[in-house]
Ligand binder design. Structure first.
Ligand code: AP5
Length: 222
């Protein structure tokens, strides 16, 4: 049966597990993943003048200005909807003005997932994180070590993944999160992110599956 395309926003503090859960959600639900952080890092990697500006903000843990981020995300969402596909946004909106930009564009999620993880665990998660540039997969040197020596040798670490920088990122997060949440009070689902990643995913998966079932059961308009 064709399923309704879901529209999902996933949010949470730095290193709360958004990217990790997105990998799993995309695999099971086939949504188009739109990650603000990944798109910005891709721009930095290209070394464009815009990329240099973006890098300056990322490296101090501050939000990249709206004029760079808003169009980038809104255009992707519109293209995804035009192709009748569901989307999964990670890392956007991150401020009151970004949430307002989505509202203005009449883009609303079916659900806003908030991953909750105690602050004291986040530094450890950040410092141990590595990414595989070949597959894009996210690892942790202690919790999810690479499967082979070959993968281990090619892993990279983000320049903003230091203890000092994650503290700045957390401050930015706390300065903005309340305003974002207040836009989505009707669709927020809080998930305990301090559980094994498979357990976190089970909860998210049940939630999204039940939303798809509900959509299917809706009676057709006469
Ligand atoms: P972004 O890339 O979005 O970074 P972030 O929000 O800080 O989130 P992370 O990517 O660090 O973490 P995550 O939640 O995805 O966790 P992960 O799954 O990797 O943004 C970076 C920067 O870009 C910002 O600071 C800003 O400058 C800019 N930016 C981004 N969006 C912007 C916007 N909208 N506007 C303006 N600027 C913007 O997991 C982390 C680690 O924990 C991994 O090692 C993982 O293996 C491990 N882990 C995951 N789940 C578990 C678990 N259940 N148990 C144990 N370990 C786990």
């Amino acid at each position: 049966k064709p399923k309704k395309p879901l529209r999902v926003i996933i949010s949470g503090a730095p290193a709360s597990g958004k990217g990790t859960q997105c990998e799993l959600i995309v695999k099971k639900f086939g949504l188009v993943h739109i990650s603000a952080g990944d798109l910005l890092r891709a721009e930095v990697a290209e070394g464009t003048p815009n990329g240099k500006i973006i890098k300056g903000f990322i490296d101090v843990g501050q939000l990249v200005p709206d004029e760079v981020v808003n169009n980038m995300i809104v255009d992707r969402i519109k293209a995804t909807e035009a192709a009748s596909k569901g989307w999964l946004i990670d890392g956007y909106p991150r401020s009151a003005s970004q949430a307002a930009a989505l509202e203005t564009a009449k883009i609303r999620p079916d659900v806003f997932i908030l991953l909750e993880v105690p602050d004291e665990l986040l530094v450890d998660r950040v410092v141990g994180r590595r990414s595989d540039p070949v597959t894009g997969k996210i690892y942790h040197m202690t919790y999810f070590p690479p499967e082979t020596e070959e993968i281990k040798a090619r892993l990279t670490q983000r320049t903003d993944d230091t203890e000092e920088k994650v503290k700045a990122r957390l401050q930015t997060h706390y300065a903005n999160v309340a305003a974002v949440l207040s836009t989505y009070t009707d669709v927020i689902k809080r998930i305990n992110g301090d559980q094994p990643k498979e357990v976190v995913f089970d909860e998210i998966s049940q939630l999204l599956s039940s939303m798809q079932d509900e959509a299917e059961e809706e009676p057709k308009a006469a």
